[in-house]
Design a binder for this molecule. Structure first.
Ligand code: NAD
Length: 485
């Protein structure tokens, strides 16, 4: 087996440096493509978490007073450093997650750099409002919240760290970030690069650990906000815990998003959209369009073309740039996906593909499910793997009603050449992010997030600046003060 040089210099990055405390439980970092242990880190002890919160609190007070333009310059320098080191960071992302290098070279560190650049540019534009009341007037200031906690999922460890850090830091906050215990490596590099770009020590700390460390960072009185990317059940717990001390939250949670494909849609684009929305990152994408509703008349051609295109699947060594399909990131997730497929078969679905692949590591072949009804578990529940459910519909109203018949509301897609229909349909979809004739693109300038059980708040775009600040209102009296006596 090849050796990988990814053991970090310390498990945590706190107050501008790597630190270690081996009293914390050992966490093995497993390369999902082979099952090989490639590094070991230790979960944060109470002492490590304390250092992270103390240094973040101290650093934030000064950072909030720093000229926002200077804050922005630091973030833009970090974006440049990430771009310059993209290949090295993408390789690390591949080793941490198992995602093919072909993907990580374009979708991970680069997306993180985009967010840092975007919010770096926006940092000086933290503006308020003015209001007149006769001669008196009032104005508002946007103020940073203070110390914010970021908690990440394992599917996009670099991107998630950057999407949370960039708006938090641009607006004058500090962040203590806890990556997923399954992918602890990439956020450490983000912290290292931010310091290299000139970020003062303590403003972006990374501490490792599982849910208990996340919970400690959610309940601490010094934390003003928690931004979580994770599953709906975890979201419910974190939201409730944060509410106890009235903390702000952003919840980026799971989904079971629909893609509606109308009869007049461009066939090739719909198949590409469905492939991207189900098999990219081996299906481990929150916004995936896992319920593909195809107009009955188009369904045979769609399935036929999908079958042909599936021949282009190239699973293999994720570090080989011709590989376009990787393993599941954890053994547990592989087992969850295989169990879902067994249940789908038991419920009467036709499952094409979906076998555990005969090799070391956590590989599941992509699956296309047909002969489905909307009440089957595989159609209702988030699977978070390479599983596409294809359903058919007769008319627009039926498609919309069935698309909305879910507790989730993260995303949705509509494919049609009829522009009026496209806008009419998305206006009726209860989903935080919708795409028309495209799927799963998330540029930094576009708000992203869910409705219903899929979350609260939005990441990216100017909106994220609002979610990391609060309004202070100042009333200005211009005349004498009158009183009853
Ligand atoms: P998860 O909910 O198991 O864990 C997410 C994070 O929360 C981890 O870091 C975990 O350690 C932490 N955590 C667990 N319990 C906690 C607690 N009680 N208090 C504080 N933190 C706690 O999710 P996962 O399996 O890592 O990721 C997959 C899920 O994430 C899927 O549901 C997916 O849809 C979702 N996701 C959403 C988005 C989005 O932007 N909406 C993006 C990626 C993934």
């Amino acid at each position: 087996m090849p050796e990988f040089d990814v053991q970090p210099r310390g498990s945590h990055f706190v107050d501008g440096a790597y630190i270690e405390d081996k009293a914390g439980a050992a966490m093995e970092v497993v390369y999902p493509a082979t099952g090989q242990v490639i590094a070991t880190v230790h979960a944060a002890t109470a002492a490590v978490t304390e250092r992270a919160l103390v240094s973040a609190t101290r650093a934030q007070a000064a950072w909030a007073q720093t000229d926002p333009a200077e804050r922005g310059r630091v973030l833009r320098r970090a974006a440049d450093l990430i771009r310059a080191r993209n290949r090295e960071l993408s390789r690390l992302e591949t080793l941490d997650t198992g995602k093919p290098l072909q993907e990580t070279l374009v979708a991970d560190a680069m997306s993180g750099a985009d967010a840092l650049e975007y919010f770096g540019g926006l940092a000086p534009d933290m503006t308020g409002q003015t209001m007149r009341f006769g001669a008196d007037w009032a104005y508002t200031l946007r103020r940073p919240l203070g110390v914010c906690t970021g908690i990440g999922a394992w599917n996009y460890p670099t991107q998630i760290a950057c999407w949370k850090a960039a708006p938090a830091l641009a607006t004058g906050n500090a962040m203590v970030f806890k990556p997923s215990e399954a992918t602890p490596l990439c956020a450490l590099k983000v912290a290292e690069i931010l310091v290299e770009a000139g970020l003062p020590a303590g403003l972006f700390n990374v501490v490792q650990g599982a849910g208990d460390v996340g919970a400690a960072l959610t309940t601490d009185a010094r934390v003003a906000k928690v931004s979580l990317t994770g599953s709906v059940p975890t979201g419910r717990k974190v939201y409730a815990a944060a509410a106890a001390s009235m903390k702000h939250v952003t919840m980026e949670l799971g989904g079971k998003s629909p893609i509606l494909i109308f009869e007049d849609a461009d066939l090739e684009s719909t198949v590409s959209g469905a492939i991207n929305g189900n098999f990219y990152s081996s299906g481990q994408v929150c916004s995936n369009g896992t319920r593909v509703f195809v107009a009955e008349a188009l369904a045979p051609a769609f399935l036929d073309r999908l079958k042909t295109r599936m021949a282009g699947l190239c699973p293999g060594d994720p570090l080989d740039e011709t590989t376009n399909f990787g393993p599941m990131t954890t053994q547990a997730q592989m087992e969850i996906v295989l169990a879902h497929l067994d249940r789908a078969r038991a419920e009467g679905a036709t499952v094409t593909g979906g076998d555990r692949m005969d090799r070391a590591g956590f590989w599941v072949a992509p699956a296309v499910l047909t002969d489905l009804t909307d009440d089957m578990a595989c159609v209702r529940e988030e699977i978070f793997g390479p599983v596409m459910s294809v359903l058919t519909f007769r008319d627009e109203d039926e498609a919309i009603a069935r698309a909305n018949a879910t507790e989730f509301g993260l995303s949705a897609g509509v494919f049609t050449r009829d522009l009026t229909r496209a806008h009419r349909v998305v206006a009726q979809l209860r989903a935080g992010t919708c795409w028309i004739n495209q799927y799963n693109l998330t540029p930094a300038g576009m708000p992203f997030g869910g409705s219903k059980q899929s979350g609260i708040g939005r990441e990216n775009a100017r909106l994220a600046m609002d979610h990391f600040t609060e309004v202070q209102t100042i009333y200005v009296g211009m005349g004498p003060v009158e009183a009853a006596f």
